[in-house]
Design a protein around this ligand. Structure first.
Ligand code: ADP
Ligand code: MG
Length: 712
């Protein structure tokens, strides 16, 4: 019986036909060993029985057609995007395939090439068309269900070569040992590992494939849950935390002085947090809530519980701008709150003291604040990464709040935890709403509180997708009229992934074009990633003070910028942004009483079907959780794990959206196994696979490969 770990010890060059050159190609796909190769699953399957003739496809229908390329044309659109048009025929009719931003298609799809095109048939100027269809080059392989393997341009391997090696590997591997307890397998009616491995690579029917996929999805999700559940149990077991006194006067004072009542969701989250704080088990809780749902108040209340008991609070933000903003807000909220002073005077009171610490804090300030933290003179410190620098000492760190967790790694969380004598309670806040089951995977070692209710009296943001030049002109007119009414606006510049430099240049161009064109005469400011910190703050300050009418910016404004007078936003090339990102951006307006609007600019004829769904969804709803579900459906877990993580993730087959039920089931199984007799060690083959695929058992260490789950 073959174990995966044995195959992980065999290099791919052991296979017939894999020489050093092919091995290099495989390495670019992350495939080094026979185990890697067997886990290089097909990206999809061509079911030759379901191929359609071009002439038989109806407009609006999705289908797969096999055709020969007749002619290829490349050009640039008005917005300097590349456009490749490929004319294809299968003898029944002609089809034009249009590719945006995929210039390399011109060399891939030369005249005479046979390929399968999968997409939705559209009609455009009287012709049959597919926009950005999925393409597979077809060799001479026959058979009914043909696996198509993920490739990369660099690898220069064909799917047929990959398929051949995988068949050989399966043959030579023999029978796979099943790591899963028999009882679990039976309970969920799963096929065994051997059947699953063959069924995923060489399915004979759709049912074969489905059963194989389900089993391998189960394995992937279970491994992740085992790591998370084990980490959660270890955090709970090893550490002694503070048992805070809750219900004291300081928090009550704080709440009473607010000009509004707390929402039901805020009260509920606070009760959950206070229960954690009161217990001696250190808190590891995630506070999830849409933009503007009032997370900051909840977090601050948690910090004040610590302060009231004579401990300190730390509030960590991902950027300087955000830290400064939080610090300003906190000071305002704390203004007038007093604490019983220590010392002789029984009736002495002193104000609650909050300080700011970022990389811009001067050396002398830093040492003053450092001393005050060590001595207990500072109650709450707000800052960036500077807070977890080793030299910083707290007299007694009681509660740490980490805002926008996805920017921090596990290691940083661990470092902050290491700051106090007792383990401080940790509250992580995120404004990225994610569906419940996805949260179980991404934050599986945390407990979760959700603010699922916005404070009353918010005027919803009216979002419009500007599809044409005429509608774009309406957007600029709207900006001008908002400014005329004394309000302010944001313009978000095109996102250019992978190139900071190009993005900066495009932002500068946008700024100049607006200054001379659509927004001439208004007071404009520019903010992008390469503006020096000090200038950045000057611009922000001027915008906050109303000395600028319009802030032209890249996504540096994505998180946390809070100017209630800003009531309009225009996002250029909005189709380039992700759904969650657009939702976050839009949250920068609608912060005050006035009706706000958000314009998403993208030419209708240039957007992909996915982008069309995203922009349509944003027009339809402002509910972050609903949008998160839609996003997960559109993009899979890429939404959560970010582009950089591609290929590193253990979620090769599983989709957090589609396999929701299995997330819950594997989590239950993971708890049962970890908490059962002997823990995971009682299942050595499974434990071995977890170590092999997710890294050694040293949670929180730099080798912990589930760390990718915590970064964006
Ligand atoms: P988040 O951090 O979740 O985006 P904030 O905590 O910044 O949200 O709150 C957004 C705005 O709503 C702030 O101006 C805050 O003062 C206000 N706010 C918070 N809670 C309430 C409430 N219960 N009722 C009315 N307004 C509230
Ligand atoms: Mg916030």
């Amino acid at each position: 019986m073959r174990r995966l770990s044995q195959l992980a010890g065999i290099a791919v060059t052991e296979l017939v036909g894999v020489g050093p050159k092919k091995a290099d190609g495989l390495a670019t796909l992350g495939v080094h060993t026979v185990a890697d190769l067997l886990m290089h699953y097909p990206r999809r399957y061509l079911d030759r029985t379901r191929q359609a003739r071009i002439a038989d496809l109806a407009i609006g229908e999705e289908g797969m057609v096999l055709g020969k390329v007749r002619q290829v044309q490349s050009r640039r659109t008005r917005n300097r995007r590349s456009l490749v048009e490929v004319d294809v025929t299968d003898g029944s009719a002609y089809l034009r395939c249009t590719f945006f931003n995929q210039a390399w298609r011109a060399s891939q799809l030369k005249a005479g090439t046979n390929a399968v095109f999968f997409g939705k048939l559209e009609q455009f100027q009287g012709r049959r068309r597919m926009t950005n269809p999925v393409v597979d080059l077809v060799g001479d392989r026959t058979g009914r269900i043909v696996p198509v393997y993920p490739q990369s341009e660099k690898a220069a391997l064909t799917t047929w070569e990959l398929g051949g090696w995988i068949e050989e590997a399966l043959q030579r591997a023999g029978t796979f040992l099943d790591p899963l307890p028999e009882e679990v397998r039976r309970r969920f009616d799963l096929v065994d590992r051997h059947t699953a491995m063959r069924g995923i690579h060489l399915p004979e029917s759709a049912d074969d494939h489905r059963a194989a996929r389900t089993r391998l999805v189960f394995d992937e999700l279970l491994r992740i849950q085992l790591v998370l559940v084990r980490r959660k149990r270890r955090l709970e077991a090893g550490a002694v935390g503070l048992s805070h006194h809750v219900g004291g006067d300081l928090v009550r004072q704080f709440h009473q002085r607010l000009p509004f009542p707390l929402t039901g969701a805020q009260l509920k989250a606070m009760a959950e947090i206070e229960a954690d704080l009161a217990s001696a088990v250190p808190m590891h809780r995630l506070l999830q809530g849409d933009v503007g749902s009032g997370k900051t108040l909840v977090a601050l209340s948690a910090l004040l519980v610590a302060v009231q008991g004579g401990h300190q609070g730390a509030f960590m933000a991902p950027t300087e701008v955000l830290a400064e903003q939080h610090h300003l807000g906190l000071r305002r909220l704390l203004d007038g709150l007093t604490l019983a002073a220590e010392g002789d005077n029984l009736f002495g009171e002193r104000p609650v003291c909050a300080e700011l610490l970022t990389s811009r804090t001067t050396v002398s300030e830093r040492s003053r604040i450092g001393a005050a933290l060590a001595g207990g003179g500072v109650d709450v410190v707000v800052g960036t990464h500077a807070l977890i620098q080793d030299a910083l000492e707290f007299r007694s760190l009681g509660v740490a709040v980490i805002d926008e967790q996805h920017r921090f790694g596990v290691e940083q969380r661990a470092a902050l935890r290491g700051k106090g004598a007792a383990v401080p309670d940790v509250l992580v806040m995120t404004a990225t709403p994610i569906p419940r089951t996805a949260a179980m995977t991404v934050y599986g070692d945390l407990d979760v509180s959700v603010l699922d209710e916005l404070p009353p009296g918010r005027t919803p943001i009216v979002t419009r997708w500007a599809r044409t030049d005429l509608e774009e002109a309406e957007a600029w007119a709207a900006v001008r009229s908002e400014v005329a009414a004394g309000h302010q606006a944001y313009v978000v510049c095109p996102l250019i992934e992978d190139s900071d430099k190009l993005e900066v240049r495009s932002a500068e161009e946008t700024f100049r074009a607006l200054e001379e064109g659509e927004l001439a005469g208004l007071r404009l400011g520019l903010l992008h990633g390469r503006v020096a910190s000090r200038d950045k703050e000057l611009v922000m300050e001027a915008f906050r003070a109303g000395e600028l009418d319009v802030l032209v910016a890249t996504t540096v404004i994505e998180v946390g910028v809070d100017v209630a007078n800003a009531t309009a936003m225009v996002v250029l090339d909005a189709d380039r942004f992700g759904l969650a990102q657009l939702h976050q951006l839009r949250g920068r307006v609608g912060r005050g009483q006035a009706v706000s609007s958000c314009w998403l600019v993208a030419r209708a004829e240039e957007v992909t079907p996915d982008a069309e769904s995203r922009l349509g969804a944003l027009e339809r709803t402002t509910d972050g959780f609903e949008l998160a579900e839609i996003d997960l459906g559109l993009r899979g877990e890429g939404t959560l794990m970010g582009a950089q993580q591609k290929g590193r993730s253990d979620l090769r087959l599983a989709s957090l959206g589609r396999d929701e039920l299995w997330v819950q089931r594997t989590r239950d199984v993971a708890f049962a196994l970890v908490d059962g007799d002997g823990g995971l060690d009682a299942h050595p083959v499974l434990a071995e696979e977890v170590a092999l695929l997710l890294g050694p058992d040293d949670a929180d260490g730099p080798h912990d490969r589930t760390a990718f789950l915590f970064k964006s």
